[in-house]
Design a protein around this ligand. Structure first.
Ligand SMILES: [Zn+2]
Length: 265
């Protein structure tokens, strides 16, 4: 297996890499684990002390649940794996509180967290608009969970495609039409008006086959069967690299469990 990172922005909320000499089965396990099995923190319970806003408690609670929270996986464990057996302790949950009675749009930044490391990723997310004399006060409990239980715990998105192979088989009759046909602008004309492939843009090909349709067999579109362009996007709770590493850890854990079960039989 080989890996080549082709994009990783500074905030680490997008990571694209090429996974070479792998298989569809492996790429798909990685994708599914990232989306469904990597734990993150999210609000699970809200105890409303006061709510005179126009929104029902349930609507506000639902909104709060969907707030991505910065997650520290070293300090917290899943409730079912905690020593307290899910009863709730400082290792598996934390409290977030809000107490406002000023009119205006109440943003997520107003929520006070027990642990400064766990806070809303996007502080400008609106929660509710309060009018004169209205108030909102609650105590929320956030716990670790997985995307397979509820998508609010999903750390982000992961997807892949095969590495495309584009070949110019012969001189096309209408090179300009091929250049124009590609939405990703992968083709260009050289000085002598000959069709050429822009090597830096080939990876952007999403196999729409528009070039093949207008080329009369001059351009051929194929794919590398065992190489994948893998993209990970983070909703902000944890970084993309951590998402991939955690997904691999989950796979190792499951394989260890299977090994142990087999040995017992
Ligand atoms: Zn606990």
């Amino acid at each position: 297996m080989k890996l080549e990172v082709i994009e990783n922005n500074k905030t680490d909320n997008i990571l694209t890499f090429i996974l070479k000499d792998s298989s569809v089965a492996f790429a798909n396990v990685l994708r599914k684990n990232i989306i469904a099995k990597v734990p993150t923190m999210a609000i699970e319970e809200v105890d409303f002390k006061k709510n005179s806003s126009v929104l029902y408690d349930e609507i506000i609670a639902h909104r709060l649940g969907l707030l991505p929270l910065t997650t520290d996986l070293k300090s917290y464990v899943l409730p079912e794996k905690c020593k307290c057996k899910g009863a709730g302790c400082a290792r598996c949950q934390l409290k977030l509180t809000l107490n406002v009675k000023t009119p205006g749009i109440i943003e997520a930044s107003k929520i006070k967290s027990q642990d400064p490391k766990i806070k809303p990723v996007y502080p400008e997310t609106p929660i509710v608009k309060l009018l004169d004399g209205q108030a909102l006060q609650f105590e929320a409990t956030a716990i670790l969970g997985k995307g397979e239980q509820h998508s609010k715990w999903s750390p982000g998105h992961a997807y892949y495609k095969h590495v495309p192979i584009l070949t110019i088989k012969k001189n096309p009759k209408d090179a300009e039409a091929i250049v124009k046909s590609c939405p990703q602008k992968i083709f260009e004309l050289d000085k002598n008006n000959n069709l050429k492939i822009n090597k830096e843009r080939v990876m952007l090909c999403h196999a729409c086959e528009a070039c093949a349709d207008v080329s009369n067999g001059a351009v051929e579109l194929g794919r590398e069967e065992n190489s994948f362009i893998f993209t990970v996007e983070s909703w902000g709770q944890i970084s993309c690299r951590e998402m991939v590493i955690q997904a691999i850890d989950v796979l190792i854990e499951e394989l260890n469990e299977l090994e142990m079960l087999l040995k017992q039989k």
